[in-house]
Design a protein around this ligand. Structure first.
Ligand code: AMP
Length: 152
């Protein structure tokens, strides 16, 4: 049987788990879809944040959304990539938390989203918390909690 003090796990500071903004691939308001597709493809991520020059979070952009937006009736209209901008098609309902919120409130959101965005109290983008990072940390806690006493 697993014995784990859930309190210990839930007390982890979000700052210790999140990927800080300077290491998060993102695009800016005003960027065209060609640029966004380039960043998405090069980074290997399917979805990334859309920020403004002051690092305020406005939305998320993903490869499927971009491809869907250039689908014509009979062909993929690649020429639209240059003409359209990320703010026209981005998802505005972003899963987000304030940096001061407890890890517990992130768990609910991470059930349905592969990552959530973390903001300061002033609404500036601080970074992201991927589901995989939280699961990895939980895995470590469970292993540590179940280690036989002789191995400690
Ligand atoms: P992972 O759990 O590491 O596969 O990340 C899940 C999702 O979080 C990825 O598919 C991306 O959409 C996003 N993500 C993770 N790391 C980054 C990063 N450094 N920059 C931008 N997006 C990221």
């Amino acid at each position: 049987m697993i014995s784990l003090h859930s309190g210990e796990f839930l007390e982890i500071n979000m700052l210790d788990l999140m990927i800080p903004s300077e290491r998060v691939a993102h695009v800016q308001i005003g960027n065209n879809l060609e640029h966004a597709l380039l960043v998405l493809t090069k980074s290997g991520y399917t979805a990334i944040p859309v920020l403004d020059p002051k690092y305020k979070l406005h939305g998320l952009i993903s490869t499927p959304i971009i491809m869907d937006s250039i689908l014509g009736l009979e062909r993929i209209e690649f020429e639209q990539l240059e003409k359209k901008h990320v703010e026209e098609i981005m998802i505005k309902d972003v899963p987000r938390v304030k940096i001061t919120e407890p890890l517990k409130s992130c768990l609910d959101l991470l059930v349905n989203h592969p990552f959530i965005c973390v903001e300061t109290e002033e609404g500036l983008f601080e970074g992201i918390l991927p589901r995989s990072t939280v699961l990895n940390q939980l895995n470590k806690h469970i292993r540590r909690a179940n280690k036989p006493k002789s191995e400690e």
